[in-house]
Design a protein around this ligand. Structure first.
Ligand SMILES: [Zn+2]
Length: 432
């Protein structure tokens, strides 16, 4: 046992993690004088230490009371649980604990304790247990989270989360996440497996939901953000994550809010802002619940988000109008070209008709002397007339529409329209 009650000051006294020989000897003497008592059975405690045993409090004659035995066992279990954490972890936990203890001294309705001490019967422990009025919180700090693919850790954290809930505590997680996975240009955050479960819904998240419901009513909300939603029906469900950073000896919390979307792996959600940092102490301010945010910052970020949304919508509308205009212009141009082409075809038709009329009137075998044989030769040279095309020309045009003696007419059409293929010629002859 590392903690005892200081008999005179009536406050908790914890043994240091390391102490010099002199300090140990002094602590032993103080204990012998009866300065420390068991927090549970109030029996006098002595201090023990040795080469193989770490510094600890012990009941006289090693007759530990049941409660202290339970807590001792819980402490051992907790030590094992936090073995995987970085060396920063105990420091962070004690900063949080100190911060909360200060508040608990000023408030009769706030109680703070190490998780394993407050709830020694749990299978796994929060780092810190807090009670505010009749509400209990389980605060945990998770360090050493290196990648979003750390599945085993994610599973354990999710388990722990549910375990705390089952025991009537609201879990609050601070994650030391060095790699926030964000698709910035798509406004997306890809959550680590555990984060999808342990994210919180706080008062501020509810305020975000209220603000969003004014500007977002269906899936088209995502259009202006280049975000492809997974949800089939629009639903506003804002949650928040709390990331801890320690820079030198200062610890900050980054508040990150998102609109929950994809609830299967990979967990992807719509990022609501770039997040903001607040000092740890601010995040831990207790009212009825934990502040976990900076009200002013959130207010500003909401305003920003709405303004930005308006701007994006305006841009979207303008872009749509521009595209409409372009399409309209394109159709107009197409219509104009079609009309011009029809006009040209009509001109040619008229011209051919006139010519036909004229030639019929002035026909004389001597006036125009292009034989069909000559026409064939000329067409072969000009448009590469094949044998089957020649047959087609003879049967379907010369014998019918054009007249056998009017080979020169066909040639005139070729010349006037600068015909280069038989298909083109056929089309013109069909118009006769
Ligand atoms: Zn005891």
């Amino acid at each position: 046992m590392r903690d005892a009650i200081h008999v005179v000051e009536k406050i908790q006294f914890s043994l240091p993690n390391s102490a010099s020989k002199d300090e140990v000897a002094n602590l032993k003497k103080l204990a012998d004088k009866g300065l420390f008592k068991c927090p549970y059975c109030e029996a006098k405690l002595i201090v023990k230490s040795g080469e193989t045993v770490i510094l600890h409090f012990s009941h006289l004659h090693s007759e530990a009371c049941e409660e202290s035995k339970t807590v001792d066992k819980a402490e051992k279990k907790y030590s094992k649980q936090v073995e995987r954490e970085t060396e920063k972890h105990p420091a962070m936990v004690s900063i949080v604990l100190d911060e909360l203890l200060i508040q608990s001294r000023l408030r009769t309705d706030v109680q703070v304790e190490h998780g394993y001490k407050a709830k020694p019967d749990l299978l796994e422990f929060p780092d810190i247990w807090v009670q505010v009025s009749d509400k209990e919180f389980a605060i945990s700090i998770v360090t050493n989270v290196h990648s979003s693919g750390d599945e085993r850790l994610a599973k354990r954290i999710v388990q722990r989360h549910h375990h705390f809930l089952e025991h009537g505590m609201q879990p609050i997680w601070f994650i030391e996440n060095k790699e926030l996975v964000v698709e910035k240009e798509k406004h997306a955050i890809v959550l680590w497996d555990a984060e999808a479960v342990i994210a919180l819904k706080t008062e501020e998240d509810l305020k975000w939901e209220a603000s969003l419901s004014d500007i977002a009513t269906d899936l088209s909300f995502f259009d202006s953000y280049n975000y492809i939603p997974y949800m089939k029906e629009f639903k506003i469900d804002v949650k928040s994550m709390y990331y801890i950073y320690s820079i030198d000896d200062r610890i900050s919390v980054k508040v990150q809010r998102f609109l929950s979307d994809r609830d299967i792996k990979p967990y992807r959600s719509f990022l609501l802002n770039q997040g903001y940092e607040i000092p740890f102490a601010d995040a831990l301010k207790v009212n009825k619940e934990f502040a976990l945010s900076n009200l002013l910052q959130d207010e500003l970020q909401r305003e920003d988000f709405i303004k930005n949304n308006e701007a994006l919508l305006k841009k979207l509308v303008e872009e749509a109008a521009r595209q409409n205009q372009e399409e309209e212009d394109r159709l107009k141009e197409l219509k104009r070209l079609k009309a011009a082409k029809e006009e040209r075809i009509q001109e040619i038709k008229n011209l051919i008709k006139e010519r036909l009329q004229h030639d019929k009137l002035s026909y004389s075998p001597h006036s125009r002397t292009l034989s069909y044989t000559d026409l064939k030769t000329q067409l072969r040279a000009r448009i590469g007339l094949t044998q089957s095309q020649q047959m087609d020309l003879w049967t379907n045009y010369m014998l019918r529409r054009v007249g056998v003696g009017n080979s020169h007419l066909v040639w005139d059409i070729v010349e006037e329209n600068n015909v280069t293929t038989y298909t083109e010629l056929k089309r013109l002859l069909d118009e006769l």
